[in-house]
Design a protein around this ligand. Structure first.
Ligand code: GTP
Ligand code: MG
Length: 319
């Protein structure tokens, strides 16, 4: 039923879904043997979830990927109890699982402000340690962005995303000829003869202005971040939400989808994207498809689309 008239994809970019970091808790401060003074404890290293953060931003901001907490202060005559070293916080996106060098899970960060201690600061020098400070814990950690699926189906409402999922997997998503049938992502699994599996997420339809929260845009776009690869599903006849809104051709919907993703988060632009042109059984579809092919192969047309105010031409390649 769903025919992919042609398949296109966008160049693989630098979307990052894992990162390896070096962390070390701060050393403790020296004790003061003569007066029994205690050095301050070294600071701890924490991984903290922030909604707006991405792993790419983290890597760009800290190219050395080293996170070391502050040292505890030495015990002094006028401050026998040394003060505590400063904690170090590593900002990461929500949906990260943290593992150690051996792949053992240290913890998961599933919502904003969740935090996990990854490297503890050393104790300050005290009687127990002969007033010598202890070094902080050293740990290499791996951050992995949990993907909700391998492939995310992205498109305007009514394009046929759920229909496609129902054909390639055992999932039974709601299908109807009105916009916004799908309100929550739905997962399906494609199982191959050799038992390999690909998970596919049917995502709610996007509309123009999604990046500004139109049609619950942000809620939807957030899910797109969590898929490894995108499959744009486009109705060859184009899209019109209602008689009051502008009609968009298939080509325009592709530009608009690209634009919405980019405006929401520039990094999404670098995710690999395949294009499935749908509803090729409708009358006149072949002619419209030829027009679409020409438009996609002619970047000049894309640049002329000033009414769409597209910030950049989409990086689509013919497979
Ligand atoms: N003629 C034709 N109709 C199709 C095809 N694929 C889907 N449809 C119809 O298009 C309508 C919308 O299909 P859905 O699969 O619900 O579309 P969707 O993209 O999931 O829509 P939202 O969930 O609203 O975003 C339904 O009436 C489908 O039967 C196709 O290949 N050809
Ligand atoms: Mg749907």
């Amino acid at each position: 039923m769903v025919r992919c008239g042609s398949v296109w994809f966008r160049k693989y970019g630098n979307f990052i879904d894992n990162l390896r970091l070096f962390t070390r808790g701060g050393s403790g401060g020296m004790g003061y043997p003569r007066l029994g003074g205690e050095g301050g404890k070294g600071g701890d290293v924490w991984v903290v979830a922030h909604k707006k953060m991405t792993l790419k931003q983290l890597k760009d901001k800290y190219p050395q990927k080293r996170f070391v907490a502050g040292e505890g202060a030495n015990s002094r005559v006028n401050a026998l109890k040394g003060s505590r070293g400063k904690d170090c916080e590593i900002p990461v996106p929500v949906g990260i699982s943290v593992t150690d060098e051996n792949g053992k899970i240290i913890g998961e960060l599933n919502k904003e402000k969740d935090r996990i201690l990854v490297a503890e600061g050393g104790l300050g020098g005290k009687l127990l340690t002969n007033f010598l400070p202890l070094k902080g814990q050293k740990r290499v950690i791996h951050l992995d962005l949990k993907l909700i699926a391998d492939i995310g189906l992205v498109g305007f409402p009514n394009a046929g995303k759920s229909s496609l999922l129902s054909q390639v997997s055992h999932a039974k998503p709601a299908i109807a000829d009105y916009a916004f049938t799908t309100l929550q992502p739905e997962l399906g699994k494609i199982v191959y003869n050799d038992f390999r599996q690909i998970s596919v997420a049917d995502l709610p339809g996007l509309i123009e202005g999604a990046h500004m929260n139109k049609g619950m845009g942000h809620k939807f776009l957030k899910h797109i971040e969590r898929t490894r690869q995108l499959l744009f599903v486009v109705d060859i006849s184009g899209f019109q939400l209602s008689s009051q809104t502008q009609y968009r051709t298939a080509f325009e919907t592709i530009i608009l989808l690209t634009k919405e993703l980019e405006l929401y988060k520039e990094e999404l632009q670098t995710k690999p994207v395949l294009l499935a042109v749908n509803k090729m059984d409708l009358p006149g579809a072949q002619d419209m498809f030829h027009v679409l092919m020409n438009q996609l192969q002619n970047p000049k047309d894309i640049c002329c689309l000033t009414s769409l105010n597209s910030p950049r031409k989409p990086n689509l390649l013919l497979l």
